[in-house]
Design a protein around this ligand. Structure first.
Ligand code: DLL
Length: 432
């Protein structure tokens, strides 16, 4: 099923023309309305009129997450504030989050691209979509919600968590489509099996899973446990939220809604655009974003692009599933964190040595983060209850700083491995 055949199956050349037209317009709008971009363009001595072909996009400046933080909270908006009807923020909790502002038009586009995504998964007016993405400032909940409503499907806005209730609702309402993170889907499957629920009791036909890195192995596990088709959805707050790209049942890549989000792949080392098919960092430009246009946003996500007429009939370019990031950001239970944030929180505590390791595991399909820290000799030779108190203090301090509960293990001084080069701090054992 295809939601918007005209847009999704448009001949390559015609789409190229549309993209160029939209690119010129968005660059002009951004230059004229966002002082930050005017300054960046001027520094590079590039003017909106310099965009004559799609390739000219490489003349434009990149935008990084840090740039958005600088403009916190509303510095990147391109419309008068009273035109903004909704605000979301990125899930990172330290420092200032990235704020995304949406006008009415943006919400419509979001509904459109999410309708395309859900339709790719098989959603129709007759489906019951159980939306297990978090509602709130996170874009997952409302993004899926707008798409479901655009299609006219029945959305159950259950949000994330409350696993037993999720399963009861799934059975009682005969949910046909589930949307949540893939790790949570596996957790649901495990709890379902503990509760004696089998795939025969469950009416799910499809799942739309994303917001974090996952693998083919995870797909196989989810599909066999729930007897459904599990498809990959990609998106990010800075561009809109979920709905930037979605996998179709051919499972040969995620179709980017490139009439709204223009993709480039650049080399991680040189930031030069790479030829099609090569792996590098995904850079996205919003072509139609009204409230907060984004020029060449560095997603830090690693992938490659493939342009072909897909078996499903769509001509939208396909990106390979995201295999990692070009920075050391981790996504733990949906929250974006950098190891440096943990380091900063740790070093704010007296008696802690700057030697630590972060170990990420996924017992029962839920992420857990353990921080092993060396303490000073004095603390380590202290009474057990003092050590316990120290451990609690660190756990609380980290939670306050990054918004995530972690397990702290105190280790003896000089026991963690020292490295000669770049210290390896993070041991991600989630098999992603
Ligand atoms: O995760 C939006 C979203 C919600 C996508 C629901 C899909 C479903 P952020 O919290 O801003 O937004 O995080 C964006 O998450 O740059 C990727 O690193 C990662 N990510 C998102 N989708 C995928 C995916 C939402 N399918 C960041 N595979 C992105 C791998 C993903 N990583």
């Amino acid at each position: 099923m295809i939601w918007n055949k005209e847009a999704e199956c448009m001949p390559f050349e015609e789409r190229g023309k549309l993209q160029l037209e939209r690119l010129k317009a968005i660059v002009k709008k951004t230059y004229e309305n966002v002082p930050y971009y005017k300054k960046r363009f001027d520094e590079l001595k590039v003017k909106p009129e310099d965009i004559k072909t799609l390739k000219d996009i490489s003349k434009l400046p990149f935008t990084a997450k840090a740039d958005l933080r600088e403009g916190y909270p509303f510095g990147m908006f391109a419309v008068p504030f009273n035109e903004i009807v909704e605000i979301h923020t990125s899930s990172g909790t330290t420092g200032k989050p990235v704020v995304a502002g949406y006008t009415k038009k943006d919400i419509e586009v979001w509904g459109e691209v999410m309708a395309r995504a859900l339709c790719m998964v098989g959603a129709t007016k007759d489906d019951i979509i159980q939306n297990g993405y978090g509602y709130g400032l996170f874009t997952g909940g409302l993004g899926v919600h707008y798409g479901a409503q655009t299609i006219g499907a029945t959305v159950v806005p259950i949000s994330a968590g409350n696993t037993k209730r999720q399963l009861e609702v799934m059975l009682d309402f005969s949910t046909t489509i589930i949307t949540c993170t893939p790790s949570y889907a596996l957790h649901l499957a495990e709890v379902a099996s503990d509760m004696g629920i089998t795939s025969k009791d469950i009416k799910l036909k499809a799942g739309c899973f994303g917001a974090e890195v996952w693998t083919e192995k995870m797909r196989e596990a989810i599909e066999s446990k729930f007897n459904l088709i599990a498809l990959n959805i990609y998106g990010l707050t800075e561009l809109i939220g979920p709905g930037v790209a979605q996998e179709c049942p051919d499972k040969s890549g995620l179709h980017i809604s490139e009439d709204h989000f223009y993709p480039e792949i650049v080399s991680i080392d040189t930031l030069e655009p790479l030829p099609e098919g090569e792996k590098g960092e995904l850079v996205l430009t919003s072509l139609t974003r009204d409230g907060m246009p984004m020029i060449r946003f560095r997603t830090r996500d690693i992938t490659s692009l493939k342009r072909e007429v897909c078996k499903c009939g769509r001509t939208l370019v396909k990106m390979e599933r995201i295999t990692g990031r070009s920075d050391d950001m981790l996504k733990i239970r949906g929250v974006l964190i950098f190891p440096s944030q943990i380091e900063k929180a740790l070093l704010e505590i007296k008696g802690i040595e700057p030697h630590y390791q972060i170990i990420v595991t996924r017992p029962h399909h839920l992420d857990e983060l353990e921080v092993q820290v060396e303490t000073s000799k004095e603390i380590f030779s202290d009474e057990i209850r003092h050590i316990e108190a120290m451990k609690k203090k660190i756990e609380n301090h980290i939670e306050k700083s990054i918004g995530l509960r972690v397990k702290v293990t105190l280790v003896e001084p000089k026991t963690l491995p020292r490295s000669e080069g770049k210290a390896k701090r993070v041991f991600d054992k989630r098999e992603l």
